[in-house]
Ligand binder design. Sequence first.
Ligand SMILES: NC(=O)c1ccc[n+]([C@@H]2O[C@H](COP(=O)([O-])OP(=O)(O)OC[C@H]3O[C@@H](n4cnc5c(N)ncnc54)[C@H](OP(=O)(O)O)[C@@H]3O)[C@@H](O)[C@H]2O)c1
Length: 328
Amino acid sequence: MTEMDYTKLGDTGLEVSRLCLGCMNFGSDTEWMMNDEEASVELIDRAIDLGINFLDTANVYSRGESERIVGKAIEEYDRDELVVATKVYGSMGDGPNSQGLSRKHILDQAEASLERLGTDYIDLYQIHRWDETTPVEETLDALDHLVETGKVRYLGASTMAAWQFTKALYESDVNDYRRFACMQPEYNLVDRHEEENVLPVCADQGIGVVPWSPLAGGFLTGKYDRDEDPDEGRAATDEHTRERFTDENWAVLDEVRTLADEKGASPAQVSLAWLLHKEVVDAPIIGPRTIDHLEENVGALDVTLSDDEVARLEAPKDPVWARAIANL
Ligand SMILES: NC(=O)c1ccc[n+]([C@@H]2O[C@H](COP(=O)([O-])OP(=O)(O)OC[C@H]3O[C@@H](n4cnc5c(N)ncnc54)[C@H](OP(=O)(O)O)[C@@H]3O)[C@@H](O)[C@H]2O)c1
């Protein structure tokens, strides 16, 4: 059995498993997600059994259902050893104050997340996006208050322009607020735009990096083929996964498949191993839908890549930054 590895999250003292379990799929009747609570709890159990101590959810995932399922699953475990991450920003209702990063919404949602998760603190509380309508000082002050009152241990952010993240770090420093310790960007072998955006900031500032969609929604598992219209898998119904069907991305996948054959590994394992070899990356957030996916993905920890192999995987595509690509 693969032995789990652990690492410090960025410059913090917090030990996280090198793979984080993404919980976005839980509790939703969207076709490509999981609407089976028992199977979701079993998946979390198996992940913990495999040594994963790091779980990522968000208030907005199925409007609280994912958090509730995570809360149910973790009840029986030693809370001190689990690192529970959630997020705030997305819309949780129809009213004008039910979204964003105002002090009011953050403090309300932190309480609501604690309730749904059945815990009295959140290990990593992340802003899901940048809020252009709220002064960042107000957001940072509210987050700082949550840390000071013991409801949150560490702060994180996700998916924004590098200038916005840099501004937030600067404002924390000059106002003596707790800094963001972690960034959650979209990052995988076919979505490398963050190499030209937020990743250099993270490397320079000692910020932990936990990439989302590390398998490009399943594209990098090799389950799809050129010129095919999939009727199964996430790409059958999820537009963002289908957007990965470009000539350049198929060329990346060709190289992933070739290398996987050479190494006796699967394309998913080679793709995850590539992320795990990036100095700036702490823990890719895997999104398995089944226990088989989970076990296969954990096997990526056993795959080593030489510098030449990393270069081969990267050769077909140059990273380009644009807000549109970054889904902002
Ligand atoms: N901060 C943000 O804005 C943001 C955005 C997105 C996600 N996230 C986080 O990142 C986590 C992971 O994102 P993701 O679900 O997009 O990750 P992903 O690993 O890129 O894609 C997951 C999907 O790929 C397929 N898959 C995964 N492992 C497989 C395997 N071994 N073999 C075959 N198919 C496999 C499954 O889809 P099918 O079987 O249906 O094809 C699965 O639902 C989420 O749970 C969430 O915590 C954050």
